[in-house]
Design a protein around this ligand. Structure first.
Ligand code: DC
Length: 221
């Protein structure tokens, strides 16, 4: 059932490399609704803190930076204070930086309130770690996408190769395992499947199979 305003909110959570953003973009395009990449928001904050040499444990400085930061999405790009940072936030360093700053209450409070606001006004596909459990608890559809760590590492490795980089598979795997641990074991809104989310293990599924499966759930409501 859709809600009283006829909005549809699709929450897609899961660990890094499970295919969330690829699938979320496809589903959003198919339904002609917005896609909101919440991980990109944590990455953008991480980038700003690192550019300004701010220690994330310095609360006073953190508050100043958060008050003075604007994050926008436009046509698939992420803007930090008006500058397109889509490529800069996609490095391994920024993945870990995002994970580190996502543990901070002040950072989560600011980003979660922006995300809720976005999900209240319009139909969205939103992906992240805590969308079904926290940001959009009443989302019409909740999906938890996962896949084995080795498979996710291989996908990331191939993606980096495709970008012309020379990645080291063992290092990519180590970073994935570390980030999984950190995101799943933090105190605030850790990565976990919402009780009412549909679990999809994408280890041996193609992108099309996953997207078709989600479309099937959408058609039911
Ligand atoms: O989805 P991603 O890899 O771009 O996310 C980067 C980091 O941001 C992730 O390791 C944890 C954090 N994150 C979060 O805590 N909550 C979210 N809703 C999305 C991301």
């Amino acid at each position: 059932m859709l809600n009283s305003e006829n909005l549809i909110r699709i929450a897609i959570d899961g660990p890094g490399g499970a295919g969330k953003s690829t699938i979320a973009k496809l589903v959003a395009k198919e339904l002609s609704i917005d896609y909101i990449d919440t991980g990109a928001m944590y990455r953008a904050i991480g980038l700003k803190l690192s550019k300004n040499n701010v220690d994330i444990d310095d609360e006073e400085e953190l508050i100043k930076v958060l008050d003075d930061t604007e994050i926008d999405f436009n046509k698939g790009s992420v803007y930090l204070d008006g500058i397109d940072v889509s490529d800069q936030i996609r490095t391994s360093e920024m993945s870990m930086m995002a994970s580190n700053c996502s543990k901070k209450k002040l950072v989560r409070e600011k980003l979660v309130s922006i995300q809720r606001e976005m999900g209240m006004r319009k139909s969205v596909v939103m992906d992240g770690r805590d969308i079904g459990t926290n940001v959009l608890k009443d989302a019409e559809i909740k999906i938890f996408l996962t896949a084995g760590a080795e498979i996710r590492a291989k996908r990331r490795y191939d993606e980096l190769l495709g970008k012309g980089e020379r990645p080291d598979y063992d290092r990519v795997l180590k970073e994935i395992v570390e980030r999984d641990y950190q995101d799943s074991n933090r105190k605030l809104n850790p990565l976990e499947k919402a009780a009412d989310a549909i679990l999809l293990d994408t280890s041996s599924m193609s992108i099309k199979e996953v997207a078709d499966c989600i479309k099937g759930y959408i058609e039911k409501i």
